[in-house]
Structures are given as structure tokens and as C-alpha cells.
Design a protein around this ligand. Structure first.
Ligand code: RIB
Length: 312
């Protein structure tokens, strides 16, 4: 039984790896569309990057929709310092020959969930702006979403864009707050686990050794984006965030987590965007998320690399 997915994304090399991993597993995933988010880079670049990736994967049939050009309230914070001026620097990918759809990404989310009640999983790799806007515009869809699986947050591993906040949550904390209070079944893959999934030189070489254009391009993307994290953390490889989302859907058994309350700080001048994870269940706040704290990197990279090998 394949999972019907709507992918929310602001690629971003790590998210590109996640998207290609999903497209390499047609036995497990049926991608109904991508909603480009403003985040790592401006919306026009994230739209373009989504289109490039669909053509790279040989899937020009999958529609790409433009979401909102900035967060719900706050000014857009981007991460060109990690991802480069296009957001997908590394390989020399040709300009896309396909175009985004005319329909707005928020309306695509609403219309698609209404057309497939009880069937769709939201695969969120980005800030949650567009899902939050869809929930505000059409509250009825909350009861029709099977699950949200999102790369978002940090608690034991602290923040990456501020000392207390992870980037996807920090860009639009109000959106994350809306989603985490929606009552929708939610799994979070935070920095606590993505920082265990390091793209070592051996793992990048294994991607290249696939010999196909998608394996080589993924290695080139990650070899570009790793520079910032290798300098920052001094680890043997950069953390690979995005593919944790499809990996959790494919093999939840390789991850460790628990159902707890996760709340978002909105007021703090130093802590805005922090995900406060009640890991020891000290409060009586609703246990609104399955919070993943650990995972098996060997199994993770096996899943990723084998999926990339299924692509052109
Ligand atoms: O905090 C890491 C996440 O933020 C990654 O997915 C990266 O692409 C950015 O979106």
C-alpha cells in the first residue's frame, strides 16, 4: 500500500536528497504534488529547484505549486550561507523546461485533502507556513489528514539558526504553533536525530559509486552544502536532515522516540522558535507529537542510497 504524499519543501540540498529518496521508492510513495516554501532561499528559487529536481528524477509529471512568499508574521530569514545563492548549489543542473502550476500551494493542499479524505500524509521538509495557512483557511481538512511527518525542532541538540531554535521552526514559529495545536497525528524528526545522520566521505562516495545521474548529483549537492556544517561542528560529516522524514515513513523501527508534548516559544527575544519538548512528561500538556530522539545511521544511509539507485 503506497502512501499518498504532499511534500512541503524549500530545497535546499538536504531536502533535495529527501525528495529524490521519495521518488526512488515508488513502491512506497505516491507523490501528489510539491508545495514550494519560502525558507532556505526566496520562493522563486525554491520553485525553480523543485522543478529542476522533478526533471532530474525523470518525473516531470509531478506538479509543483508555489506557496506563500514569506512567513505568516515574521520577515523571511534565509540560509544562503549554507545552501548557496540558488539554494541548490553544487551540481550544474539545467534550467527547468517545466513550469509551476497556476493554483496557489495553499489551495492545492486544501483541494487535494478534500479530494482524498483520510488518505494523505503531509511530508514536511520546510517551514510550515503553507500548511498552517491551509488549516486557517479550511479548518475542516485537519480531520482528513492521515499524518504529518516533519523535519522540525530541536531540544537536546539545541538550535542551529539560533542557540535555541532549529531553522524550519525559527523561520515561521507561528505556523509551527498552529500545526502542533491542530490535533493532527504528527511525528517530528528534530536535530536531536538528524545530527546522528552524518554524511561521511564514505557515504558520499557510495552515492557517487551508484554511477547514475541522481546519485552523482546528490553527492555533488551534499559536498557543496556540507562545507558550512563541517566548519561549524568539526564532525566527520555534515548532518543530513531531510531524508530522515521519508526514512521514518519507510522504517520507523530504525528510530527511537516517544509521544510527548512539543510546544513552540513565540514570545522570547532569545528563544523565539524554540521547540520545548516535554520528554520527561513533567506537564499535563497534550502529547501532540511523536518526538524522535535517535536513529540508526547505517540503516538510514542504506535506505537513502538504495532509493537513489532506483532513479535515472
Ligand atoms: O534545520 C535544518 C533544516 O532547515 C534543513 O531541512 C534545511 O534544509 C533547512 O530547511
Amino acid at each position: 500500500m503506497t502512501r499518498k504524499l504532499i511534500i512541503l519543501t524549500d530545497p535546499g540540498q538536504d531536502q533535495a536528497a529527501a525528495i529524490l529518496m521519495i521518488l526512488g521508492r515508488r513502491d512506497a510513495f505516491d507523490v501528489l504534488g510539491l508545495v514550494a516554501t519560502a525558507g532556505n532561499i526566496h520562493l522563486d528559487h525554491t520553485i525553480n529547484n523543485c522543478l529542476k529536481l522533478m526533471e532530474l528524477a525523470g518525473r516531470p509529471d509531478i506538479p509543483v505549486f508555489a506557496g506563500c512568499p514569506h512567513p505568516i508574521i515574521r520577515p523571511l530569514v534565509m540560509a544562503e550561507h549554507v545552501h548557496g545563492p540558488t539554494g541548490l548549489d553544487g551540481p550544474d543542473l539545467p534550467p527547468p523546461s517545466i513550469k509551476a502550476e497556476d493554483k496557489h500551494g495553499v489551495d492545492f493542499i486544501i483541494d487535494t485533502i478534500r479530494a482524498h479524505p483520510g488518505e494523505i500524509t503531509i511530508c514536511s521538509l520546510s517551514p510550515l507556513t503553507n500548511l498552517a495557512m491551509a488549516l486557517r483557511k479550511a479548518p475542516d481538512i485537519a480531520g482528513e489528514i492521515v499524518e504529518i511527518v516533519a523535519m522540525l525542532g530541536a531540544y537536546f541538540e539545541v538550535g542551529n539558526i539560533t542557540p535555541s531554535a532549529e531553522f524550519n521552526c525559527y523561520v515561521d514559529p507561528e505556523a509551527a504553533d498552529i500545526v502542533l495545536k491542530s490535533g493532527i497525528k504528527t511525528a517530528l524528526l528534530p536535530l536531536d536525530v538528524t545530527h546522528k545522520m552524518l554524511s561521511t566521505p564514505e557515504r558520499l562516495q557510495a552515492m557517487r559509486a551508484l554511477g547514475n545521474r541522481n546519485g552523482i548529483a546528490t553527492a555533488e549537492m551534499l559536498e557543496f552544502s556540507e562545507a558550512f556544517d563541517l566548519k561549524k561542528y568539526g564532525w566527520e560529516g555534515a548532518p543530513l536532515h531531510g531524508p530522515c522524514v521519508p526514512a521514518f515513513m519507510l522504517a520507523p523501527e530504525i528510530f527511537v522516540g516517544r509521544q510527548i508534548n512539543v510546544s513552540v516559544e513565540l514570545q522570547g527575544s532569545l528563544t523565539a522558535g524554540m521547540t520545548v519538548a516535554d520528554w520527561w512528561q513533567i506537564t499535563d500538556r497534550p502529547r501532540n507529537a511523536f518526538y524522535v530522539r535517535d536513529g540508526d545511521p547505517v540503516a538510514y544511509y542504506d535506505l537513502l542510497i538504495s532509493a537513489l539507485g532506483n532513479l535515472p
